[in-house]
Every structure is written in structure tokens, then in C-alpha cells.
Design a protein around this ligand. Structure first.
Ligand SMILES: Cc1cc2nc3c(=O)[nH]c(=O)nc-3n(C[C@H](O)[C@H](O)[C@H](O)COP(=O)(O)OP(=O)(O)OC[C@H]3O[C@@H](n4cnc5c(N)ncnc54)[C@H](O)[C@@H]3O)c2cc1C
Length: 167
């Protein structure tokens, strides 16, 4: 069943960026919809979970998802040289990335954004009344942004979803 609902902002993907944006948008008073393709937030994780310590100061990271401090971590660029990231000023934490994704989505809904999982964004079309956003999955709807006070900046893509929207 497809039904139409109005939002100020539609965020595609409850990843690190999407959920954080949806929380901040709700805290700014926007009526937001956060669409996530997977049936559970954190089901798909694109991260090892190493956090630079500054992230803890910048955003809402539940203490419960932090594991251990990391003093050095190595990255291997395509040429396979090992690069050690350590020394003064380098501070990291190992985290539970799936727990972090769930925690960020919970903070977005606690701030007032609506989360819909199993909702794959498929299309956005703008018309005189705003932007019609269509998604499919168990949550299938047309979200329109008639009341968009932000003019047409009401569709925000996050992470891999950008590629989907750009078609
Ligand atoms: C192997 C690997 C390890 C990494 N390790 C680290 C690390 O340790 N520390 C670190 O800081 N960074 C790490 N990164 C980088 C980090 O994972 C990315 O920068 C981060 O995931 C980007 O977050 P995002 O929210 O933009 O996108 P994503 O995390 O990709 O989230 C996008 C979300 O959108 C959903 N989605 C996609 N298409 C649609 C659609 N059409 N409709 C609805 N939902 C959709 C996806 O299911 C997903 O939940 C790593 C990356 C990789 C590949």
C-alpha cells in the first residue's frame, strides 16, 4: 500500500551520517523521515569501528559501545605499504560499530525524527508542491515536502545511498 505523508526533510540511510543528520535536523525543529534499506539498523556495517577520540567530543556516542582505547593502528593503502597512525595527538577508541549505528538512530528518533526500516529509497521527483520521495520495501510511501521551509534542500542522501539517488 502506498500512502503520502509530508515531511520537512527525508534522510536516506540510517548510517553514521544519516542518523546524525536526522538527529540534528529534528533538534532544529524539522519534521524528518529517516529511511533505512535494511530491516534493522546496524544490520549492514561498513566499518571496522575505530573512532578517533575527537568524534566522542563532537557527537553523541553512547559509552556502552566503546570497547578499548587504541594507541596505534595500521592502515594498508592499495600499494600495501603499512602506515602506522600513532604518536602525540593520535587517540583512538575501538567501538562496536553495529551498536554505534543503533545508538545514533535511537538518538535521532528520541529527537523526533521518524525511522522507517526495510524502506529502500528508490526515487525523488520535484514538482511545484515540493519533492516526491518514493521508497519500497515493507514501508512503501510517497513522502512529499510541501511544508519544506528549507526550500528544496529537503532531500538528503547519505553514504552509499547517494549513488542510488544520483541514478
Ligand atoms: C572495510 C571498511 C572499514 C572501515 N573502517 C573504518 C573505521 O574503523 N573507522 C572509521 O572512522 N571509518 C571506517 N571506514 C569508513 C566508514 O565506514 C565510512 O566513512 C562510513 O561508513 C560512511 O558513513 P555513511 O553514513 O556516509 O554511509 P554508510 O555507513 O555506508 O551508511 C549508508 C546507509 O544507507 C543505507 N542505504 C543505502 N542505500 C539505501 C537506499 N536506497 N535506501 C535506504 N537506505 C539505503 C545502508 O543500508 C546504510 O545503512 C571503513 C570503511 C570500510 C569500507
Amino acid at each position: 500500500m502506498s500512502h503520502r505523508r509530508d515531511f520537512d526533510v527525508v534522510v536516506v540511510g540510517a548510517g553514521f551520517a544519516g542518523s546524525t543528520f536526522a538527529r540534528v535536523a529534528a533538534q532544529q525543529g524539522a519534521c524528518g523521515l529517516l529511511l533505512e534499506n535494511s530491516s534493522d539498523v546496524g544490520q549492514v556495517v561498513h566499518s571496522t569501528g575505530v573512532l578517533i577520540a575527537e568524534v566522542l567530543e563532537l557527537t553523541h556516542i553512547p559509552q556502552s559501545i566503546l570497547l578499548d582505547p587504541v594507541h596505534t593502528f595500521h592502515i594498508y593503502p592499495p600499494d600495501r605499504r603499512r602506515i602506522a597512525l600513532n604518536g602525540p595527538g593520535f587517540r583512538y577508541w575501538m567501538s562496536n560499530p553495529a551498536g554505534l549505528l543503533r545508538g545514533l538512530a535511537e538518538a535521532a528518533t528520541a529527537a523526533g525524527s521518524e525511522l522507517q526500516t526495510d524502506a529502500r529509497f528508490t526515487q525523488a521527483q520535484s514538482n511545484s508542491g515540493g519533492v516526491i520521495v518514493t521508497c519500497c520495501g515493507s514501508f512503501s510511501c510517497e513522502a512529499c515536502c510541501i511544508r519544506c521551509r528549507l526550500e528544496r534542500q529537503c532531500l538528503v542522501c547519505c553514504g552509499s545511498a547517494c549513488r542510488a539517488w544520483a541514478g
